[in-house]
Design a protein around this ligand. Sequence first.
Ligand code: GLU
Length: 292
Amino acid sequence: MSTYVGRFAPSPTGPLHAGSLVAALASWLDARAHRGRWLIRIEDVDLPRCIQGADALILQQLAQVGLTSDGPVLYQSQRHTAYQAALDTLVDRAQAYPCGCTRADITQANAALGLNKERHGDLVYPGTCRPSQGGLKGKPARAWRLLVPESGVWSWQDRRLGPQTQCLAREVGDFVIRRADGLWAYQLAVVVDDATQGISDIVRGEDLTDNTPRQQWLQQCLGIQTPRYLHTPLVLGPNGEKLSKQNGATPLDLTDPLAALHTAGQALGLQIQARTVSEWLQAATQAWPWRN
Ligand code: GLU
């Protein structure tokens, strides 16, 4: 039996679009080509951003192209206890600390250091509430942050993109694992869930590449084995921007599921001729190791 376990982890913020099918298909094909299992996880940790019914719609869209979970579908909204246990572990090990900074505080502290910068979609945290800096200094606790190594470059290998590097201290800073609004941060939830589901291989869209060092650092802090990573090419919309539910990408057109698979396959370098969905998936699984 293969020890490969893959997953597709959509956020139910809307129906799947053409780009999400590419990621879903790539993770499914990679799992099948390795004779592994493939699991679906609904990432509804950021409940205010979720749309009611989008989870069922996504599962239905996936089923229309023949992609169904090999085990129970995990919902992040039901995982509070596991996330809390991970936070407790990190606090016990003095790797996580409470932070009282607002966004404005961070901007101001960065400006005072001449470093006002936003990298990887967020402000770099200057370490104001670090225990070694005196902690909260009377401010009420808002979020919880994870200490990152003070220096050094994080190096890792992506199966498609090759060697990657990121300096966590300079490019990210101590990052949030529990948000000021009480919600669990994506970084923590994804790492805890990948471990619970025994994921050996993460195959997901390239827009998530720069989260990987944070997730690998969290895995190290929690004593979790690091999976392999493969980030898939993004599908750009007519305006050259990446397709995303937030920028209003049109939902995947599944009037012809075979045509949808064909288009998604092309984005992955696969040219498959088939008459049915299951024939297409079978041929694509065989072609997957040789795609270009
Ligand atoms: N839920 C994330 C998304 O829909 C994917 C997370 C992941 O694959 O690690 O963008």
